[in-house]
Design a protein around this ligand. Sequence first.
Ligand code: ZN
Length: 169
Amino acid sequence: MAILNVLNYPDSRLHKIASIVEVVDSEIKAIIKDMTETMYAAPGIGLAATQVDFHKRIIIVDISEKQNDLIVLINPEILRTDGFQESEEGCLSVPGIYEKVKRASLIKVKALNIKGETFELEVDGKISICIQHEMDHLMGKVFVEYLSPLKKNRIKSKMIKRNKKSVAI
Ligand code: ZN
């Protein structure tokens, strides 16, 4: 297992579109293990493969406090949504930034688990937000792109400054 490097916004690789996982093989299982370790170490409640520069449709989420309720979604697909909710979101790729985003309230998702078996999940609240946020990453979308151009550009320049600083150290 290894802790992977998480790409920081505005890295252009965060805008790559992930491709379908054809087979859940040992390579896929290994990256999921590394992603899990990376997410727990951060700590974060969700991570998309895109964020660790692996462009396949894989996301993991765990909103539990004890980090013992991991959900792996491979090739996730939203089957149904209902209602709206707005809440403050953050992202491991945009550290320190929290902004309100409007999303669907309830979602029904279909995906493969780590064994390659199909399952369906119907969730609302925090976990629903988290899955929608991570699924956006697979489409190359970072949550700040929901904000006004002015806000987005402010965050972008802040991040660029900060990224430069961390390189200097
Ligand atoms: Zn994110």
